[in-house]
Design a protein around this ligand. Structure first.
Ligand code: 5AD
Ligand code: SF4
Length: 441
């Protein structure tokens, strides 16, 4: 979501004829887009701003702004805490950014805009038709969240849940496809409740509409809340040819006691049954998840239930985080906080348990042939000097695994640009976070 917001910010700045520089030292304007989800992310913002003070001293006309969730949370405090800041703008102010910058340029004033009106502000969404090399794009379908998980700052910094109209979403995707995009990732904090509040179509119905768009090859989405995962969505993985075989389904904990205190509104058994159904309907589906370790009051037994869930489900991959208190959230007031050392130990143990399954899930693909949507040259290739032979490309399987491969001479596309095409790649080798393949089928 932050990557998407940064893109919208940079589109707004382009309207004012700003161009991207190669380094902060060369810039006349620096915008720091921020994340408040965990304490560590927030600390990084302040240490980064500390480093920018030197640039501002050297170049007093440099305009320095902070956007995103930390800006939304701190508002005016931020101007007081960081005296050389010119601008603080929240999560709902991106469309007003160009106007604010013009005012700062003209009047050398300082501005705070953290207004958060209800509903969708359509003017935030603009389609970039400049970047013809890109194959994939994010598309926001909803903003905000109404779930109030007890640890989470999102409802406070991104506001109430609101869905965009299906017509606007489909229109945006059509324009993206016209500009060369082949894959979209639909974004929302809880896509499964899409349209419910506004009485729009359901999320699976929206997926069916998007599946009809000519020229679009793949659809992904994130994030799904398990409590709202409907049978219709599970069947969409079987029935919609463009919907990729991957779901990110954050569970957070394997213990019912902790899930209850997190206000997640589902039980361990409910979650296990959903995963079972997903795997029955779509056997190849990749499932990933998020975990929080060291939630206040999490006992050894609770934690062991989480480890047991990981062993039972054998996820394709996971993200795991140490619990941290956030401003305004209920769990900040919960007793029985877990020590930093204990959280660290649990995180290490959890990640270690998963490591085996991530590798195993990659290894089963060795020897198989996978359709890969090619996204461009591989990272390794981009770093090396131009070499006309053995150029390495990168793309993803439908299950969202990165595949780097060197096309074979016989491949009909040889010598051409592979970007944006789905090609069959034979998987040769599994590494811990990617696969290697070739087109010798
Ligand atoms: N502490 C640690 N992790 C958190 N997350 C959200 N809030 C917190 C918090 N206070 C994690 C959850 C969520 C992911 C995006 O960030 O796992 O799914
Ligand atoms: Fe936060 Fe996700 Fe819960 Fe919403 S559903 S409150 S974004 S963790």
């Amino acid at each position: 979501m932050n990557v998407y917001d940064s893109e919208q910010i940079s589109k707004g700045l382009k309207l004012l004829q700003y161009k991207m520089t190669l380094s902060p030292e060369m810039a006349d304007l620096i915008i720091v887009n921020t994340c408040a989800i965990r304490e560590k992310a927030e600390q990084k913002v302040f240490s980064f701003l500390g480093r920018l003070a030197r640039l501002k001293r050297k170049k007093p006309d440099l305009i320095l702004g902070v956007g995103g969730c930390v800006a939304q949370q701190e508002g005016l405090n931020m101007l007081e805490r960081v005296p050389y800041l010119d601008l603080v703008f929240g999560t709902h102010a991106i469309s007003r950014l160009p106007g604010m910058i013009e005012r700062i340029e003209a009047k050398k004033c300082r501005i705070v805009d953290v207004e958060m009106p209800e509903g969708i502000d359509e003017s935030v969404f603009s389609v970039d038709t400049d970047d013809r090399d890109r194959v994939t794009s994010f598309v926001t379908i909803m903003q905000g969240c109404d779930n109030y998980c007890t640890y989470c700052v999102v409802p406070f910094v991104r506001g109430r849940e609101a869905s965009r109209s299906p017509e606007k979403i489909v229109g945006e995707i059509r324009s993206l496809v016209e500009s060369g995009i082949k894959e979209v990732t639909l974004l929302g904090q809880n896509v499964n409740s899409f349209g419910k509040k506004e009485g729009l179509c359901s999320f699976p119905e929206l997926l069916s509409l998007i599946n009809e768009i000519d020229g679009l090859l793949r659809i992904r989405f994130t994030t799904s809340h398990p409590k709202d995962l409907s049978d219709d969505l599970i069947y969409a993985f079987k029935n919609l040819d463009k919907l990729c075989s991957h779901i990110h389904l954050p569970v957070q904990s394997g213990s019912d006691r902790v899930l209850k205190r997190m206000n997640r509104k589902y039980s361990r058994d409910y979650y296990l049954a959903k995963v079972d159904k997903l795997r029955n309907i779509c056997p190849e589906i990749a499932i990933t998840s998020d975990f929080i370790v060291g939630f206040p009051g999490e006992t050894e037994d609770d934690f062991n239930e989480t480890i047991d869930l990981i062993n039972t489900l054998q996820y394709d991959d996971i993200f795991a985080f140490k619990y941290s208190d956030r401003p305004n959230v209920p769990s900040a007031l919960f007793r029985h906080k877990i020590s930093e050392q204990e959280k660290k130990d649990r995180l290490i143990e959890l990640l270690k348990s998963q490591e085996y399954y991530t590798k195993k899930r990659n290894e089963v693909l060795v020897g198989s042939t996978q359709p890969i949507l090619v996204e461009g040259l591989s990272k390794r290739q981009l770093k090396t000097e131009e070499n006309s032979e053995n150029i390495q490309w990168t793309g993803r399987t439908s299950t969202n695994k990165i595949v780097n491969f060197i096309p074979n001479n016989d491949t009909s596309f040889h010598g051409g640009n592979f970007s944006g095409r789905i090609i069959n790649v034979r998987i040769e080798k599994a590494l811990s976070h990617s696969l290697q393949g070739d087109t010798n089928l």
